[in-house]
Design a protein around this ligand. Structure first.
Ligand SMILES: Nc1ncnc2c1ncn2[C@@H]1O[C@H](COP(=O)(O)OS(=O)(=O)O)[C@@H](OP(=O)(O)O)[C@H]1O
Length: 397
């Protein structure tokens, strides 16, 4: 009996204590949340860290950059930091990680969601478009989808909402860039682009046309046993109507079409050969054209002798962040194996023939775009010797 009473008393006291503790805990949480709302510094540490990141981004966006600001170069602690996976969004996004999750609202400046591109890399294939896209993607103010979306060539009827959903999330201050080199090849896709956004910025990258042909050949026969590949000369001559010359070497023809639809100042023409030699000046030109903050520095890239072009510098302190942003090999910092293929040999006399056929097309291009590129297969003319990417009026870019 006594034991039974004691147990009853013990249970009552325990329940009472539990209730008191529960009420206390609830009011403490409420208190913490109120403080949180009044003063973010009182947030629990996990949230506080997250907020710190967001504040850093906000400061960054308002021009208060990190320690490298004086040199005009963003460091890992600010610039590259900004392209972390989406932190919050006012709506459900197309990012597979967010699918189906309705996320809570956040300040508009921080809100990450897929946004339509305001710049496009529209051509040319085999001219370093993937490298240019990749280099631009590490800029803190740029996002870009990895696959070619081909909206303006194949999927225009799907509508802009479909296109938007193919884009990675970005804040409103970031620039979304999409690259599909086939866009420049048809008037229909250029018309679609104009209809989509007549103010869009367009980047075109060209390459020594003979090297581009070699690259195209290597691409077409990548799965063909070398002993069964046609000689380069026969492949090039296969089409008697010179279609290959027009298709792969006559850049001016396509760029002229772009100029008929868009003002010249909305179109930037770069050279793959310049980017191979040194990506920095090319990226700075792109940055200026896209009205981005200066974010690139020399130590980000190194020349890879085997590949024959520049890759990300694996020794740079930024490299771990680069690996989270783009798909490059962690051992070399280079884009995958389908870049930097071996090119077919061209005999001297045939090479000379190609140079003669293509040189006038290059001159037409340089006149059209108002600058010249230095291409190894085309000896510089006497008046243009020692000039890299010069304006045709003689002023260096
Ligand atoms: N930095 C860097 N990284 C990787 N690749 C580089 C780079 N610079 C130039 N290139 C050259 O780009 C060529 C491929 O061009 P694209 O990316 O436009 O090809 S594609 O049309 O998308 O298939 C590819 O040509 P090939 O060497 O003939 O395969 C590369 O050599």
């Amino acid at each position: 009996m006594f034991t039974g009473k004691a147990v009853k008393l013990f249970v009552t006291v325990a329940v009472f204590c539990f209730v008191i503790l529960y009420i206390l805990q609830q009011s403490l949480t409420y208190h913490r949340v109120s403080l949180f709302l009044q003063d973010p510094s009182k947030k629990p540490s996990r949230v506080r860290n997250h907020l710190k990141l967001q504040n850093a981004k906000l400061q960054d966006e308002s021009g208060t950059l990190g320690s490298n600001t004086a040199t005009g170069i963003l460091g890992a602690s600010n610039g590259l930091e900004l392209q972390t996976p989406p932190v919050s969004s006012g709506e459900t996004t197309s990012n597979p990680n967010n699918l189906g999750k309705q996320q809570t609202a956040s300040p508009p400046a921080l809100e990450k969601r897929p946004r339509l591109p305001k710049a496009l890399i529209i051509g040319f294939s085999k001219c370093g478009t993937a490298a240019l896209r990749t280099f631009l993607t590490i800029h803190p103010d740029v996002v870009s989808p990895i696959p070619e979306v081909r909206y303006f060539t194949l999927y225009f009827s799907n509508g802009p909402e479909w296109y938007r959903k193919q884009m990675p999330p970005s804040t409103k201050d970031q620039l979304t860039i999409e690259k599909t080199p086939a866009y420049i090849m048809t008037n229909d896709s250029l018309r679609h682009i104009k209809k989509f956004n007549p103010k869009i910025k367009l980047i075109v990258i060209v390459r020594d046309p003979i090297v581009r042909l070699q690259s195209q050949y290597a691409h077409e026969f990548v799965h063909t046993d070398p002993s069964r590949r046609p000689p380069f000369k026969r492949w090039w001559n296969e089409k008697p109507d010179d279609r290959r010359i027009i298709h792969f070497s006559y850049y001016a023809r396509y760029i002229r079409q772009v100029y008929t639809m868009f003002p010249k100042n909305q179109v930037l023409v770069l050279s793959e050969d310049d980017m191979e030699r040194n990506p920095l000046p090319v990226l700075r030109e792109a940055e200026k054209f896209l009205e981005l903050r200066p974010a690139y520095s020399d130590d980000m890239f190194v020349f890879n002798e085997t590949k024959g072009f520049h890759c990300f510098n694996t020794q740079s302190e930024l490299f771990p962040r680069v690996l989270t942003l783009v798909q490059v090999k962690n051992t070399t910092g280079c884009l995958g194996g389908n870049k930097g293929r071996e090119h077919p040999e061209i005999g001297d006399s045939y090479l000379q023939h190609l140079v003669e056929v293509i040189r006038p097309l290059n001159e037409e291009l340089f006149q059209l775009i108002g600058k010249r590129f230095q291409w190894d297969n085309f000896e510089p003319e006497p008046s243009t010797e020692n000039t890299v990417s010069q304006n045709t009026n003689g002023t260096a870019n």
